[in-house]
Design a binder for this molecule. Structure first.
Ligand code: XMP
Length: 515
């Protein structure tokens, strides 16, 4: 394992993902971790992340000073390197000119950390402070036009620092550098593979659950599908998969999901048709938050009733992923006050969330994985691409894509329009290039003409966005021809719709969903 001590950088997770891409397991933990705790973990290497602070700020985060004498290889990135320099007796000062963006890395020592990194390769910089005096034992491995100490090393103690960010995609030689650190300096073996993960997860689930019964709520996404497969592999028929159909899924999705699990995977699923209940629960409600609240509430009621009927269960299997685990680690630091703050605002105001006082114990075999790793596992166990690559889909589903009151008629209209969107996006090979692409039904009507007939019907909004994480998003510049095909098909094939419009609002100020 390689440990990343997090000093509040937005890239800490990314470093962990890059390391895992070399098939070496890596975790992000707080910079406040003590040397004793580190010894317990016994990592093969440690990476100090970047961070928003200057090492001289009052309250700037510092790590345990005894870390340098552990005898474990350490790589400091940006802030991490500056901290290393400062704590070991060198000097860091505010540079006259900060360096932001791409820089050409001029290599002075092409061995060790920089083996196979090309001279003048592009690396991505983002710093105002610079190291101006090296601690004794250190030498310069590379510089840039603006930064004399861009990469440094104490070869003997295996302490390394880089001012740039090797983890970001703009750093061309970044992955080569990370591989050097992981394989040659830390002596790691590439053991973190999908097959190894599945084997270990199955073993751990068996050890934890024993002969007890487990309940799992299947939603149709890649997380819960992968979870179901793993759990079934581990404990067979002591697992009960429950699929609550709220009636707000996309066209054909519930049927496909059931077919996949029951016929292809031979995993039985308890199908709960709660469509009428959910529709009744939000009948006449047009306020978005109230809709969410009622759907969430109804979900819990159905869940409790059904789990009582099918139970008793000792455990609930949940698809918690690694980013949720890190986020609760509370290690982000406000650059001005030095106080720890949550930089990320939770992206999913999740409905389908369950109450805290549920009597179940939790089993969460995916809690070590990043989303892309879940996809890899999902693929390896034979989940179809349409689930593996599925765009994010909100818990309340189509109910929040019908503005205002939701009725069965409107659900049918939206489902048909949405299917056309998906078909055409797939036909053009655009699905993988978009974060989300969906249809929204507005509760107003406008005038049109079809044949010689005047029409008075609903408009459909097309919402296609590009995004990295759903926190910010840009409306997608898709070809006009694609928009035209979709528009023509929707107006011709979906009764009740006579107009299609395209949303050209980014987030912020718009949100991705319309409610
Ligand atoms: P917004 O609309 O806030 O959405 O820009 C950001 C991301 O979150 C998804 N989203 C939800 N996911 N339950 C969810 O599980 C919800 O209630 C919900 N609302 C929005 C949205 O699809 C986008 O990916």
């Amino acid at each position: 394992i390689i440990i990343i001590l997090d000093f509040g950088s937005q890239y800490s997770e990314l470093i962990a993902r890059r390391i895992r891409e070399t098939q070496v397991y890596s975790e992000v933990i707080s910079y406040r971790t003590t040397v004793e705790q580190l010894q317990e973990i016994n990592p093969k290497g440690i990476i100090l992340s970047g961070g928003p602070n200057s090492v001289y700020d009052a309250g700037a985060p510092h790590c345990d000073r005894r870390i340098w004498d552990l005898g474990i290889p350490i790589l400091g990135v940006c802030y991490g390197m500056q901290l290393m320099v400062q704590q070991l007796g060198g000097e860091v000062t505010r540079a006259e000119r900060g360096e932001y963006g791409k820089a050409s890395l001029l290599i002075d020592d092409p061995t060790d950390l920089l083996t196979n990194v090309e001279d003048a390769t592009t690396m991505w910089m983002s710093h105002g402070d610079s190291c101006t005096l090296l601690p004794s034992g250190f030498e310069i491995l590379a510089h840039t036009e603006n930064t004399p100490c861009a990469a440094i090393a104490d070869h003997e103690k295996k302490l390394y620092g880089v001012q740039f960010h090797p983890e970001v995609v703009h750093s061309v030689g970044g992955q080569a550098l990370i591989r050097n650190f992981v394989y040659h300096i830390c002596d790691c073996e590439p053991t973190w593979t999908t097959a190894a993960f599945v084997e270990q997860a199955v073993r751990e689930v068996r050890g934890k659950v024993g002969d007890k019964r487990v309940l799992l709520a299947l939603s149709g996404g890649v997380d819960s599908s992968t979870l179901a497969f793993l759990m079934h592999k581990a404990i067979g028929d002591r697992l009960t998969c429950m699929f609550i159909d709220q009636g707000f899924m996309r066209k054909h999705e519930p049927e496909r999901l059931l077919k996949l699990f029951q016929e292809q995977f031979h995993i039985p699923v308890e199908y709960v048709n709660a469509r009428d209940r959910f529709l009744a629960a939000i009948a006449g409600v047009s306020d978005p938050e109230e809709k969410r609240r009622r759907i969430g509430h109804e979900f819990i009621r159905v869940f409790e009733e059904e789990s009582r009927r099918l139970g008793p269960f000792d455990y609930l299997a949940q698809g918690t992923l690694y980013p949720d685990v890190i986020e609760s680690a509370d290690t982000n630091v406000d650059p001005k006050t030095g106080e720890r703050v949550a930089v990320k605002i939770k992206s999913h105001h999740n409905v389908g969330g369950l109450p805290k006082d549920l009597r179940f114990k939790l089993v969460e075999p995916l809690r070590k994985l990043f989303k892309d790793e879940v996809r890899k596992v999902g693929r390896s166990i034979g989940l179809p691409e349409e689930i593996v690559q599925r765009h994010p889909f909100p818990g309340p589903g189509l109910a929040i894509r019908i503005l205002g009151e939701v009725t069965a008629e409107k659900l049918d209209i939206l489902r048909d329009a949405d299917l056309i969107v998906r078909q055409e996006i797939n036909r053009q090979g655009m699905y993988g290039h978009l974060w989300q692409a969906f249809a929204v039904l507005l509760p107003i009507r406008s005038v049109g003409v079809m044949g010689d007939q005047r029409t008075y019907a609903y408009p459909i909004v097309l919402r296609f966005v590009k995004s990295e994480d759903g926190m910010t998003a840009d409306w997608a510049r898709v070809p006009y021809d694609l928009l035209e095909t979709i528009s023509t098909r929707i107006v011709n094939e979906v009764p009740g719709v006579n107009r299609v419009v395209y949303d050209v609002t980014s987030k912020p100020p718009g949100t991705i969903e319309w409610e």
